[in-house]
Design a binder for this molecule. Structure first.
Ligand code: F6R
Length: 357
């Protein structure tokens, strides 16, 4: 039930720190190490390549999942849109593992791929918020995201939960393969949960930013590089689906190759700058759009922030910044939709789970 909340979406945004703490406790054993099914560990370490298959927001979590598994465990990963993969399969490696990532566990586009790869004799792991769902039952293994029921059509807490589970899975695989790492996901996720809370407690500020940037705009751009780029795709999707503002997420370096033609006086451009190695590059990209009249809203992270940044995230591990930077984006979308009089929990033309192809 949504209790005192005006919308499920706002309640679910607020629940995220608790969801992350819940995930930590579910994936922690009595020695504070990772607790994960032996068979899943084996399936991941046996694979010569992992194929992550998903749709929508879960696909965006899968893009971050790829980065985490490749960077932490050193296993090659491809992330694919389910509906594309089904009819245009790339050449597969010799020992692939398929990971289906789905909040509902019922998305038809994913089921099509699952049936196909099972027929070919490949192993499948489903990461879902609904164990017992179709994708969970039909896969060989399931990992639970423990986010609790997500009612609002726009996905929020399922997304951050999925990325948290990817971080844990990646480290577990790295340890199983004796890969040297100095990243403790359970400790770092606890820091993330606290950082998330800072934003869920800053609703008035987020509402003001939504008013300043989104009240009259027809369109908006989200730019970022590497990890931040994936979050930009998610920020744009969130804004589109509930506020109906046309929004695009762009790789910072790609905007100048055409799309910059759309920047006019006052066009909102939200920049993400949480990654140290591309910090100067994304700031340069922001200068390019500001020179053409854009209204900038820069979201950076403590450690490499700039005085004029609109939002500065508390410092969290660079692998996990998407879990925190998405919170202001979710809140800005929520308030933009609210001020435009949109039905936040039930946007037009959308259903919570898409069980047709
Ligand atoms: C966006 C959204 C959708 C879903 C997509 C996949 O807010 O909710 O894009 O993420 O339909 O759904 P699941 O994760 O249930 O497979």
């Amino acid at each position: 039930e949504k209790g005192t909340y005006p919308h499920y979406m706002l309640k679910e945004i607020d629940e995220q720190p608790f969801v992350i703490r819940n995930i930590i406790s579910k994936y922690q054993d009595e020695n504070d190490s990772i607790k994960l099914d032996e068979n899943i560990r084996q399936a991941v370490t046996d694979a010569d390549r992992i194929y992550i298959i998903a749709a929508g927001t879960s696909y965006h979590a899968g893009l971050v999942g790829k980065e985490l598994i490749e960077k932490i465990a050193g296993i090659p990963v491809e992330t694919h849109i389910a509906s594309e993969f089904l009819y245009n399969m790339p050449l597969l490696s010799k020992k692939p593992l398929f990971i289906f990532i789905s909040q509902s566990g019922e998305t038809a586009d994913l089921r099509g791929v699952l049936v196909n790869v099972k027929e070919q004799g490949f192993k499948a792991l489903t990461i879902t918020n609904v164990p017992g769902s179709t994708l969970s039952r039909e896969a060989d293994y399931t990992l639970h995201t423990y986010a609790g029921p997500e009612i609002a059509v726009a996905s929020t807490k399922a997304y951050t939960a999925q990325m948290a589970v990817f971080a844990i899975l990646a480290v577990d695989a790295a340890r199983a393969a004796n890969v040297e790492i100095d990243f403790d996901p359970l400790q770092e996720l606890a820091i993330v949960a606290n950082a998330m809370e800072i934003f869920t407690n800053k609703k008035e500020e987020m509402e003001q930013i939504a008013r300043d940037f989104m009240s009259v705009s027809r369109n908006a751009f989200f730019i970022g590089r590497s990890m931040d780029y994936h979050v930009c795709l998610e920020g744009a999707l969130k804004l589109k689906e509930i506020s109906y503002i046309q929004a695009e997420g762009f790789a910072g370096g790609e905007l100048k190759h055409g799309t910059i033609a759309l920047i006019e006086d006052g066009t909102p451009v939200i920049g993400l700058a949480t990654q140290k190695n591309v910090n100067l590059n994304i700031r340069g990209n922001m200068k390019e759009v500001v020179a053409r009249g854009a209204s900038p809203c820069m979201i950076s992270m403590e450690g490499w922030e700039d005085e004029e940044d609109t939002i500065v995230l508390p410092h969290v591990h660079e692998y996990l910044t998407p879990l925190v930077s998405v919170i202001p984006l979710q809140l800005i979308s929520y308030y933009a939709a609210l001020h435009r009089g949109c039905d936040v929990d039930k946007p037009r033309n959308l259903a919570k789970s898409v069980t047709v192809e």
